[in-house]
Design a protein around this ligand. Structure first.
Ligand SMILES: C[S@@+](CC[C@H](N)C(=O)[O-])C[C@H]1O[C@@H](n2cnc3c(N)ncnc32)[C@H](O)[C@@H]1O
Length: 266
């Protein structure tokens, strides 16, 4: 079933057509009267619905993203430690297998990592694409956005294919943050007005298969982000756990990143 895209700004009809073709959305001439739809306005693309929820969009320039850029915890923050940045000499190539609205990818790209953002939902991928386009033309974010590449694909397929390549062509780190069918993340996200996103995307019921492919593709480690008290992904046990205030990172270490000051291999 395709997802509706309504263009509310006549001057942006070409962009709407491009988005519809690229992400398999269904252009509609009238604003829908019920359900969820994507709406392209003069500023940005939003996921909207009638009534209950506020609009949802991805954002790398203003708001929380600006705050993170200006006040973020650098390499000392939990996500940076989790992917192994503390003390690392070479910044890893990261694949964010569950990009969503790109919040985690943006933090990692802000810290200097190159990030491939995999997203299978056409709705989330379109929202990400729009936010990246805006970030690419803003002076504060142009360099960060240049390190972020969006791929609209299923990560299980993409990682399985990548795992067959030589190590030099594979990512050092794969980051995974699925939508679990539990309540922790739902209540946390609900607070942020993200119910619409969850309703549209649904739960990710194939996380075990995703973790297995991530472990085959990564050369250094796989990091799974979880609510503090949420269950680990079934299957392989994490080799280490890093706890934050409300979030936990389960680490599946394959090998260590080269530490700062280490000599290059001969
Ligand atoms: C909880 S959200 C991720 C939030 C993200 N970390 C952020 O900072 O915005 C999970 C996302 O992963 C996507 N996803 C789940 N499994 C996937 C897969 N196998 N391939 C690609 N995307 C996947 C879902 O569509 C959803 O958008």
């Amino acid at each position: 079933m395709t997802f509706p895209l309504y263009c509310a700004e006549p001057a942006r009809r070409d962009t709407a057509r491009h988005l519809a073709e690229r992400f398999g959305l269904e252009p509609v001439r009238q604003r829908p009267e019920a359900g969820y739809w994507l709406e392209l306005g003069p500023e940005r693309l939003e996921l909207v619905t009638t009534g209950r929820h506020g609009a949802v969009y991805a954002e790398f320039v203003e708001g929380a993203a600006r705050h993170r850029r200006e006040q973020g915890g650098g390499r000392g923050q939990p996500v940076a430690k989790a992917i192994g940045l503390k003390g690392a000499r070479v910044l890893p190539r990261v694949v964010d297998a569950t990009a969503g609205l790109g919040g985690d990818s943006f933090v990692l790209a802000s810290l200097g990592c190159t990030v491939i953002l995999l997203e299978r939902s056409p709705v989330a991928a379109a929202l990400l694409y729009d936010a990246l386009e805006r970030a690419r033309v803003h002076p504060d974010t142009v360099e960060i956005a240049a390190r972020m590449t969006l791929v609209h694909d299923d990560a299980i397929r993409w990682l399985a294919e990548t795992a067959t390549r030589p190590a030099a062509e594979r990512p050092e780190v794969v980051f995974v943050d699925p939508m679990f069918p539990d309540t922790d993340k739902k209540s946390a996200a609900a607070k942020k007005g993200m119910q619409a996103f969850q309703q549209v995307i649904g739960d990710d019921l194939d996380s075990a298969a995703l973790l297995a492919c991530a472990l085959e593709a990564a050369t250094v480690r796989v990091v799974v982000k979880r609510p503090l008290r949420g269950p680990a992904i079934e299957g392989v046990r994490p080799s280490a756990v890093l706890e934050g205030k409300s979030t936990r990172f389960d680490l599946y270490v394959i090998r260590a990143l080269r530490p700062a000051g280490a000599a290059d291999a001969p």
